[in-house]
Design a protein around this ligand. Structure first.
Ligand code: NDP
Length: 255
């Protein structure tokens, strides 16, 4: 077997949450290019359909699931729908997330809750719901989308709820990796730095010094630059890796 064959995902059945734009879209398309059938789940049906059309144009099976994954019933229905359509789920990419910039003392209870509900609780609910089927199928892979914000405090804007939620994602990654290794489920995370998406206003001049110039590479990433790391973690190329957090931040956190 050649080394590149280890990255091959032919026949793998993948679910990407928040796969209809930004990083999630790039992950879905990269995983499909590597051979996988890919379901995406998010709230905007029109955007979901557009990404599924891109997956299918590449010759793979795609599936759009309209779901608000902060709603437990939607998570249950999502997992049932993907399992029924694909016959199982081999890879779960927990990507959907939200960031709210606001000084801590101005954060309303609902905003704190909104961030924790999506970034941490929904990721937990999706993981436990999918893991049951993975165990029945003999194993699987979970890739969580954490952030460098789990280990640094971003500036000049404040976003304590986001940072705390992503720190939770990193340690949940390690916790589930330990617990589910016996079931042949690997659990890893990526921790991106600044990436140009709707979430991150990387072009705004007030952020240039701290977001861009303070990092060794002095630029932001595109989603397509992060996606190959998800292919790596989803595939047999990372077979001996579990409980790890892969930092992809242009060197931001060396200082
Ligand atoms: P975007 O805001 O561009 O995309 C967020 C995605 O999540 C959309 O597909 C959205 O679709 C989906 N989503 C939001 N709320 C829900 C919900 N309740 N249920 C289901 N899906 C939902 O963000 P990014 O692509 O930038 O971020 C993706 C991930 O990467 C996040 O976890 C983020 O924290 C992380 N990240 C991003 C960085 C960056 O610089 N951009 C850096 C580090 C980490 P819809 O609205 O249709 O539901």
């Amino acid at each position: 077997m050649s080394v590149l064959d280890k990255f091959d995902l032919t026949g793998r059945r993948v679910l990407v949450t928040g796969g209809n734009r930004g990083l999630g879209r790039a992950f879905a398309l990269a995983l499909a290019e590597a051979g996988a059938d890919v379901a995406i789940a998010a709230r905007d049906a029109e955007r979901n359909a557009a990404v599924v059309a891109e997956i299918e144009a590449g010759g793979r099976r795609g599936l759009a699931v309209q779901a608000d994954i902060t709603v437990r019933a939607d998570v249950t229905a999502m997992v049932e729908e993907v399992t029924a359509a694909f016959g199982g789920i081999d890879v779960l990419v927990n990507n959907a997330g939200i960031a709210i910039h606001r000084p801590a003392l101005e954060v309303a209870d609902e905003e704190w809750q909104q961030v924790l509900d999506l970034n941490l609780t929904a990721l937990w609910n999706c993981s436990t719901a999918v893991a049951r089927g993975m165990i029945d199928n003999g194993g699987g892979v979970i890739v969580n989308v954490g952030s460098m914000s789990a280990q640094i405090v971003n500036r000049p804007q404040w976003q304590a709820s986001y940072n705390a939620s992503k720190a939770g994602v990193h340690h949940l990654t390690r916790s589930l990796a330990a617990e589910w290794a016996a079931h042949n489920i690997r659990v890893n995370a990526i921790a991106p730095g600044y990436v140009k998406t709707e979430m991150a206003p990387v072009d705004q001049p007030e952020f240039r010094q701290h977001w861009i110039l303070d990092a060794p590479l002095q630029r932001y990433a595109t989603p397509e630059e992060i996606a190959p790391s998800v292919v790596y973690l989803a595939s047999d190329a990372s077979a001996f890796m579990t409980g790890s957090v892969l930092l992809i931040d242009g060197g931001y956190s060396v200082y």
